[in-house]
Write a protein that binds this ligand. Structure first.
Ligand SMILES: Cc1cc2nc3c(=O)[nH]c(=O)nc-3n(C[C@H](O)[C@H](O)[C@H](O)COP(=O)(O)OP(=O)(O)OC[C@H]3O[C@@H](n4cnc5c(N)ncnc54)[C@H](O)[C@@H]3O)c2cc1C
Length: 426
């Protein structure tokens, strides 16, 4: 442990491993410290990884990686208490041109970490980093329970709570409104039953987003794995506080919804977990570099909540952080003057461009929670009214539908909502 490394990466998630792989492949002496007993042991997500960005590190990875299913259908559910409206996109193109794969992190992360190990990175598990070591303002290594380790550059890829970036003075405690608490169950069912219930072929999968299932900014997710279903929901921490409800109760309520319950009926609970998601967007992205340190992935708040993307931002930021260290090594300058290039690379990439584009969206939804409550409900009411067949004249029915909506949201407010949403997303 007395050895000095070119770089120490803290955290063996997608961000840390991508950084470690990039640097090790270029011949740098890299140490990865992971607190879990193995990579993935402490990690949970929805979820899917994306082909495009994973392939930058591992071409045709699905041939060897422990993937569950490739996604052929994206579903968007709008729930009310007794019903749902479902919009979905299924495309046979996804059968040849894979786009996303469902995975279990406990299986995928160790496989991913082996890539970095094979490239020459040294990974030590069961080692919690307690803080950064500094010489003046410059970070020169990390403190661990096993002793101190030195490096030219530390990459903090220690996830959403990133104690390291707080210690390095790069970030404050994350405000409640920028964080979502997610709970998830993994429910086992025979493979064939999953395929019947979701109308899937052998390797095919579904990724579903569900709104309207709770208080405020609140969304559910459902992913089909080989012989399990990942079912979960996330609630903005501020809305959760306001609602005075327990996440467990909200989840049970969601799981017993008459449209969801049949999909997981007779399933066996395999796993229950909870995790935070940093969904604040661009306005909350921390300072991500200083003398001797870079921050990547969730630790830097790099999650695109609008498009449900996180792992690809983590991998890309890890690669860019790694490339910046390689460049710094060539110049033998590890000060922020050189490391700031990491921020520039991120600003130039889809990571910060996309987050910047949607920078006002989290705030907009936070101050307009009716998008998650009133609108899904109204949509379900309309769908019901539209389908009921009786003697009522269609013109009267449409009048009734309009009146029911305008009672809850004025015409002007509806127009404003549509205008603002269009401006924010286009
Ligand atoms: C419920 C949920 C659903 C999601 N669904 C999706 C999805 O479907 N698709 C998608 O792309 N993204 C999804 N995400 C987001 C995605 O999981 C994250 O963006 C991504 O995992 C971030 O990777 P990371 O490497 O930055 O952090 P993490 O994956 O959190 O890894 C951080 C690592 O650092 C380790 N660590 C932390 N502190 C220390 C320490 N002090 N010392 C040593 N090690 C430490 C941890 O053990 C962990 O292994 C979801 C997230 C959640 C919570």
């Amino acid at each position: 442990m007395a050895e000095k490394f070119d770089s120490i990466v803290v955290g063996a998630g997608p961000a840390g491993i991508s950084a470690a792989y990039t640097m090790a492949k270029a011949g740098l002496n890299v140490l990865v410290l992971e607190k879990g007993e193995r990579p993935g042991a402490k990690n949970m997500f929805g979820g899917v990884i994306f082909r495009h960005h994973t392939e930058k590190l591992a071409p045709e990875f699905w041939k060897t990686a422990p993937i569950e299913r490739h996604v052929i259908e994206y579903q968007y559910w709008f729930l009310s208490e007794q019903s749902h409206v479902l919009v979905s996109h299924r495309n046979q193109k996804f059968n040849g041109q894979y786009n996303a794969f469902t995975v279990h992190r406990a299986k995928f992360d160790p496989w991913f970490a082996k890539l970095a190990e094979d490239a020459g990175a040294f990974i030590i598990n069961r080692t919690t980093v307690d803080g950064v070591l500094k010489e003046g303002r410059k970070v020169i290594g990390v403190e661990t329970e096993r002793g101190n380790v030195l490096a030219d550059v530390v990459i903090a890829a220690d996830g959403v709570n990133s104690m390291l970036s707080k210690q390095a003075g790069l970030r404050q405690e994350t405000p409640e409104e920028a964080v979502v608490l997610a709970v998830k169950e993994v429910i086992a069912l025979p493979k064939q039953r999953i395929e019947e219930r979701f109308n899937l072929g052998t390797e095919e999968g579904v990724a579903a987003l569900l709104v309207g299932c709770g208080p405020g900014m609140h969304a559910g997710f459902m992913y089909t794995n080989r012989d399990t279903i990942s079912l979960g929901m996330g609630v903005n921490m501020r809305d959760l506080d306001k609602s005075k409800q327990r996440p467990n109760d909200l989840f049970e309520n969601f799981k017993s919804h008459p449209s969801i319950a049949p999909l997981v009926k007779d399933g066996e609970l395999k796993e229950y977990s909870a995790h935070l998601i940093p969904e604040g967007g661009y306005n909350y992205v921390s300072n991500i570099c200083a003398d001797g340190i870079l921050v990547a992935g969730d630790a830097a708040m790099l999650v695109n909540a609008i498009n449900w993307e996180g792992t690809n931002l983590a991998m890309t930021s890890g690669i860019l952080a790694g490339e910046t260290v390689i460049q710094a090594k060539k110049k033998n300058d590890f000060s922020s003057k050189t490391l700031i290039n990491y921020r520039e690379r991120l600003e130039d990439s889809f990571v910060l461009k996309d987050l910047k584009k949607y920078r006002e969206v989290p705030k907009f939804f936070a101050s307009n929670p009716h998008f998650f409550t009133l609108y899904p409900q109204a949509l379900n009411e309309f769908a019901y009214m539209w389908h009921v067949v009786d003697d009522e004249l269609k013109a009267d029915r449409i009048k009734r539908m309009k009146a029911s909506l305008f009672k809850r949201r004025s015409r002007l407010a509806l127009l404003q909502d549509a205008y603002h949403l269009w401006r924010l997303l286009s």
